[in-house]
Design a protein around this ligand. Sequence first.
Ligand code: ADP
Length: 597
Amino acid sequence: MRSRFFWRLYITYFSLVVLTAAAIGVLTDRQFREELGVRVEQQLIRESAALVPASRTLLASGDVAGAQALVTEVGSRTRTRITLVLPDGAVLADSSEAPENMDNHRDRPEVVEALRTGVGIEQRFSETTQTARLYVANSVTVAGQAVGVVRTSVTLADIRTQIATMRARVAQGASLGILFALGIGLFVARRVMAPIAEMSTVSESLRQGDYAARVRLDRADEIGVLGKNLNQLGAELSQRVSGLGRQQAQLRAFLGAMQEGVVAIDPQDRVVFSNAMGRRLLHLDPGVHELDMTQMPSGLLDVLAEVRAMGTRAHSEIIQSIDDEEIILDARGAPFTADDDSGVVLVLYDITNMRRLERIRTDFVANVSHELKTPLTSIQGYVETLLDGAIHDDEYNTRFLEKTHLQVRRLTLLVADLLSLARIESTSFRTESEPIDLREIIMESAAYRHDPLRAKKLDLDLDLPDQPLLIDGESEGLRQVVDNLLDNAMNYTAKKGSIRVQLRSDGYDGVLRIEDTGIGIPEDALARIFERFYRVDKGRSRELGGTGLGLSIVRNIVQRMQGTVAVESEVGVGTVFTVTLPRADQPVVISDPAPLA
Ligand code: ADP
């Protein structure tokens, strides 16, 4: 199907050709008619003038027979009607009609005119012959006296036929000309249209995002320049769009990788932009573009309202439930304007961990103060009592001093454990690691506890490998792990119980199991025993000289050495602690690359 532009062009051209042909036809027709009329008229004038001398005597004498013979002979020769009229209007002779059948011609305009001026010309309908005719009349005079009129006439039908023939020829010629012109027009229009159509297609493709579309034109004229410019435009567009796309992809990647949730909201509460974390934190499904304000935490609504009302930044802490877990979010809002868009950018940051750590720190300080206060209060009490005079009382002074000593020992243990924790948490702890034989540490620790084990009649079974088992760690730390676990096993196992220490190599790890037949740990306490200062039975632990820090020190050290510690226990049956630590002599492991997200 050809384009509208093609048809418009072609129809204009067509109209122009037809109008020109019509104008030429009309002008030619008029010119021809005029020329034909003049020619016929001139001929009639000549013929009638030529007849004047011959008809003079006939008219003057009123010779009807001679006159009739003349008009018949000349009329048939020249195919012209000839009439001889007397000055009174009576027809003397006529080449096509009997004079007696004819009217008096005194009033015929051409006759009147001829008698008056010498020549009369008239075009009119002839009642006699019933045709339109052209008449030319010449007056015939003898010595200045009119003796009659010679009138010649032809029918106009002949002229009309000639005109019709001429018109038919002109129409034929014009039609041929028009056809020819239209053919040429079609060819030219096609030549003009083809590149325009191609450029139109290419520009449409560019508009629809096919930036590789190009015009194939090799012309030096204006259309060629237009095509070249279009191609240039396409190339620049494709470059800019790919640049923009790259920038946008980078921006999306940056925002996607951010830990902070970013959500931009327009004044109609529609989401203009959001990164993955933002959608997760606000529970926005991928297809949703409108915020359901009834589902938003009230703190967030306050931030939005404040930014919108004041046009300044605002922030608040909100609680949001994610995966059935309550998390604390720091929600910050700021106004934004970009071109036609404006609204509020919300940046959401999960500060649950930060808040938890803050709480742990405050709890820790409170716990440490409390732990320090108890022995210090006791010491103060005993010392004051001694100073108040009990120092002279032999029954109490030694007991009070012993109790004071006990509290001082407890304080020392507490401070030692706190120092251990501080040391483990310092950065230098990990850097000091070296291969250490865990077997040796276990044997030393066990040997050191020989007497207390005997005193409590506890049976210690050491199940150790024959070869050294090297752990990449810090000797003091590893010693603390074994000591604390062994001390706990001894402390929380009743007399005559048994303790089994087993060390095995399990692939790349060394696995240490310390099992006792002690009092066990209630299930609800299992998850908490690694917390600082947590003790199942405070009084009992304190009596045994515990600080509540042993297991938290163990877990800290093990984690720092890239290991794990686990516990299984049953109240009244016993407890097993399992420590897994990476071996120092393990083969180099090339871990699988992380799967692409
Ligand atoms: P503590 O100095 O009180 O022993 P820990 O951090 O070493 O502190 O242990 C925390 C608590 O875990 C202990 O108070 C005790 O209640 C419990 N516990 C630890 N080891 C054992 C064990 N082997 N058997 C039973 N209970 C244990």
